[in-house]
Ligand binder design. Structure first.
Ligand code: NAP
Length: 248
């Protein structure tokens, strides 16, 4: 069976590292992105140099229409999806809850929660052996923030990842007898661009000495865990979490 993977937010950071590692493992890959076409094309070009099959598709996962379009493009260009990494996620400027307005909360919850649900929905329709599919695997990219709560920084973001943890548990049970496994990784403090969106590009450097391993993580270290959870080596693993957080 050909392995067809969609990585949401595959143009940069953890998603890009996941796409590149998946390319080495023989997946045909859809690199989804929001705006950064050049970054997405760069990953597709790298995958092409490895001899792999890859496409870049722009789609805002917060939009139901765009998620539907994303999966239809994959159907027609790569074939039936067998693996989904719900990686795309956002955070906003660090602030206390008392200063957060509804518009911000809705942006965070819609992108991080609704987006992951919509992508999971479309993947399940195509993977479920009860709906004519051949099974598959979903990995949600949560965060240690779901355990730590991110006080003073972004409790909204942490709460959205708490929802992803609950979704991972519930959905894994819902589709366990349909040939679909659902797991999650919880990265800790990883060197990517996301921290700049919170207003602190050097956040990992600031906190790294507080971590048990005394260092930040690389996106490739998260990708290793994601690819294991997608693989047949994890065939009896569902509803599980791998913390990739240097011991935090
Ligand atoms: P990043 O470097 O900021 O990259 C974000 C990626 O998501 C980009 O590819 C971006 O596309 C895409 N994206 C953003 N909003 C999107 C949307 N609405 N629809 C589709 N794509 C969208 O982020 P990262 O640090 O790799 O984070 C990836 C995941 O890991 C997130 O879920 C994040 O919460 C989680 N995480 C990260 C850390 C960390 O320390 N970095 C820790 C814990 C959890 P464009 O390139 O087009 O903008």
């Amino acid at each position: 069976m050909e392995k067809v993977l969609i990585v949401t937010g595959g143009s940069r950071g953890i998603g890009a590292a996941t796409a590149l590692l998946a390319g080495k493992q023989g997946y045909a890959i859809c690199v989804n992105y929001l705006h950064n076409q050049a970054a997405a094309q760069n990953i597709v070009d790298e995958l092409g140099k490895m001899g792999g099959c890859a496409i870049a598709i722009a789609a805002d996962i917060a939009s139901e229409d765009q998620v539907n379009h994303l999966f239809e493009m994959v159907d027609s260009q790569l074939g039936r999806v067998t693996a989904l990494v719900n990686n795309a996620g956002i955070l906003e400027q660090q602030m206390r809850v008392e200063n957060m307005d509804a518009a911000r909360l809705n942006r965070i919850f819609t992108a991080n929660i609704t987006g992951s649900f919509l992508c999971a929905r479309e993947a399940i329709k195509r993977m479920s052996i009860k709906q004519g599919g051949l099974g598959g695997a979903i990995v949600n990219v949560s965060s240690v923030a779901s355990r730590l709560g991110s006080p003073g920084e972004y409790v909204d973001y942490a709460a959205s990842k708490g929802a992803i943890d609950a979704m991972t548990i519930g959905l894994s049970k819902e589709v366990a007898d349909e040939g679909i496994r659902v797991n999650a990784v919880r990265p800790g403090f990883i060197y990517t661009d996301i921290h700049a969106d919170g207003g602190e590009p050097n956040r990992v450097e600031r906190v790294k000495d507080l971590l048990p391993m005394k260092r930040g993580g690389q996106a490739s270290e998260v990708a290793n865990a994601i690819l294991w959870l997608l693989s047949d080596e994890a065939s009896y693993t569902t509803g599980s979490f791998i913390d990739v957080a240097g011991g935090k």
